[in-house]
Design a protein around this ligand. Structure first.
Ligand SMILES: *Cc1c(COP(=O)(O)O)cnc(C)c1O
Length: 380
């Protein structure tokens, strides 16, 4: 039996809705299925205005435009994230300023943010690694004190809550991803949540190639003009139809994925107590969406042995992110690996376990056996 790293989950209504969207002959963005998805997401999670876009990457790029990032502005983000978080910043000519992570959560270490703020700092972009919320309340406090914008990269945390509020509801802007590897998917897709009402009109212009087409659609104007920056930040209604089938059944998806989290805590808690590994701690402030599960080993050698041994048995676990500050692009901004020693160290010892919704009982039993045997044989 092969245990892949990830499998997309289908709720069953995708085909019906996609065919319906095709037959409607309204295939471009912001048609019936886009509207249904937006309404449902807003209702389910009490979010600001939602713009469905072609990817989580596009959401970050549209957010960077909306935040009006300028050449030379500094933006604080964790080094432990995906390239897209940093690209959205550098595409505007702004400068990424990398912050350490807290190894307990692998999210931005909020106690280290203030020391990075300068007169040029414009924005903070925290992420929620593995769907586990960062301390966004503390990030918002710092941002308020220094009058900074916060764009929360919630690509992995759709459905997660922190202190009773959806992760996407806290910051000025939040970005979700509906990539195949995320909890709720349409293959490629994303959303920009705009929680600042005064930014919503401009967001429509940016989404529609810098035109005020929205005002024509709303009957305010008779012709539309080129009024702003912009791009084509729209998700096709055909993909939104697929997405609707997923959002409609999101509780079901979260529940199925919760079984995987439970399995990993059942397996690994004992080894954590023995001091062999470290696993995430889910505090009472968090409700998680069960996006992923990671394990940090004590040494790089143990991590490698674990991954290799699982692979020989047909189980595909992977390393997490390679830190951005020590990647070739990070170095081009003047960073050296030793500038963020904590991130460099924990990232080298982290393993991401296979994870998908709809895992079967026999797959769970098989996976449990293999992991426990591997831990007993190789790690103890
Ligand atoms: C997946 C992901 C993205 C990018 O989303 P896409 O939809 O693949 O473009 C950005 N940031 C983080 C943290 C992600 O996990």
């Amino acid at each position: 039996m092969v245990i892949p790293f990830n499998k997309p989950y289908l709720t069953g209504n995708e085909e019906k809705y996609v065919i319906d969207a095709i037959k409607s002959l309204k295939h471009c963005g912001n048609h019936q299925y886009c509207k249904k998805v937006i309404d449902l997401m807003k209702n389910n999670h009490n979010l600001g205005e939602i713009f469905l876009v072609p990817s989580g990457t596009a959401a970050l790029e549209m957010g960077a435009l909306l935040a009006d990032l300028q050449v030379g502005d500094e933006v604080i983000l964790p080094s432990y994230t995906f390239s897209s978080t940093a690209n959205a910043i550098v595409l505007r000519g702004a400068i990424p300023v990398f912050c350490e992570v807290d190894p307990e959560t692998m999210n931005i270490d909020v106690t280290k943010v203030e020391a990075l703020i300068t007169a040029k700092t414009k924005m903070i972009v925290p992420i929620d690694y593995a769907g586990i919320p960062c301390e966004i309340d503390k990030v918002m406090e710092i941002a308020k004190k220094y009058k900074l914008i916060v764009m929360h990269d919630t690509a992995q945390s759709y459905g997660s809550y922190y202190k009773g509020k959806a992760t996407g509801a806290w910051a000025d802007l939040a970005t979700y991803s509906f990539h195949e590897t995320k909890n709720i998917t349409c293959g490629e897709g994303g959303a920009l949540v705009v929680n600042r009402p005064e930014w919503i009109e401009r967001a429509h212009f940016l989404q529609e190639k810098g035109t005020d087409r929205r005002l024509v659609l709303n009957g305010v104007k008779s012709k539309y003009h080129w009024v702003d920056y912009g791009s084509s930040f729209l998700l096709s209604d055909i993909l939104a139809a697929h997405l609707y089938a997923q959002v409609e059944k999101e509780d079901d998806i979260f529940e199925k994925r919760a079984q995987v989290t439970k399995m990993y805590f059942d397996i690994f808690t004992k080894y954590q107590e023995q001091g062999l590994i470290q696993i995430p701690e889910i505090t009472k402030d968090m409700k998680i969406n069960h996006h992923a599960f990671w394990v940090i080993f004590n040494t790089v050698a143990e991590k490698e042995k674990f991954i290799d041994s699982l692979r020989e048995q047909g189980v595909y676990a992977y390393i997490g992110y390679m830190p951005l500050h020590s990647a070739p692009m990070g170095k081009s901004f003047g960073y050296e690996p030793e500038d963020l020693p904590i991130t460099e160290d924990v990232a080298s010892r982290l393993v991401r376990m296979p994870f998908w919704g709809g895992i079967s009982k026999s797959e769970i039993a098989h996976l449990k056996d293999i992991i426990i045997n591997t831990m007993e044989r190789n790690i103890k």
